[in-house]
Design a binder for this molecule. Structure first.
Ligand code: DX5
Ligand code: ZN
Length: 216
């Protein structure tokens, strides 16, 4: 069963609430909320006040918050208060990943970890019992609309095998360049959450794009 998490990075921000309502009504199970600080990645997106406004307008949505910021521990409580359901952070620069996972859980929300395309998947195998979500980046983080990196497919399969071997079942999510074709490959490899930005919000009919991806 695939859960679609449309990335609002590609939405029309002048009509954000309406666009989010459209994709949720069309079957999206989550809203993917990309937070970038212009330091950790070379781009700036949006932050806590935008999430708080969306959450006020659409309180029942699941907010899949993807932090691409230098200091996830300092800002996690504010995102949790603003309505985050799951907060995902990048493992690469973090010294004590279990401590960050605990800090996020202490905010009363789910915790996820993300891996850049060059990070060996084996490095997170010991963390699989600790998290609710593993997000496999299939592009370099920072921008929507990039081409899918096919190596993500075998990385997802390796993670799913490791989860089975350990008897754990976190969501395996994939983010970057997802469309009907690449999404189908990732789903077959074991991803159960597909993040899609431009494929959904740049489509002539976003609701139809959501329905097509949810059917994979
Ligand atoms: C990139 C973000 C993605 C981005 C995906 O750093 O994490 O969530 O919005 O956009 P598409 O689906 O257009 O590749
Ligand atoms: Zn993302």
């Amino acid at each position: 069963m695939i859960t679609l998490s449309p990335s609002i990075l590609s939405a029309d921000f002048a009509n954000l609430g309406a666009h989010c309502r459209t994709v949720l009504d069309a079957g999206a199970g989550m809203l993917h909320f990309d937070v970038m600080d212009g330091h950790f990645v070379p781009n700036i997106s949006f932050g806590v006040p935008v999430l708080a406004s969306l959450h006020k307008a659409l309180p029942d949505a699941f907010y899949d918050v993807h932090l691409m910021i230098s200091d996830p521990v300092t800002y996690a409580p504010a995102f949790a208060r603003a309505g985050a359901s799951c907060i995902t952070f990048r493992v690469e620069p973090v010294q004590d990943v279990p401590a960050v996972i605990r800090a996020i859980r202490d905010c009363g929300v789910q915790a996820g970890i993300s891996l850049k395309p060059g990070t060996p998947v084996e490095s997170v195998f010991p963390l699989l019992p600790l998290v609710d979500m593993v997000l496999v980046m299939s592009v370099e983080p920072g921008f929507g609309g990039q081409a899918f990196q096919p190596a993500a497919v075998e990385r997802i399969a390796a993670l799913r095998d490791a989860c089975r071997a350990q008897g754990v079942n976190p969501h395996i999510s994939v983010d970057g360049g997802i469309n009907a074709e690449t999404g189908a490959l990732c789903a077959a490899a074991g991803a159960d959450v597909l993040v899609a930005g431009s494929t959904v919000f740049s489509a002539a009919d976003p609701a139809a794009a959501v329905a097509a991806l949810c059917a994979l």
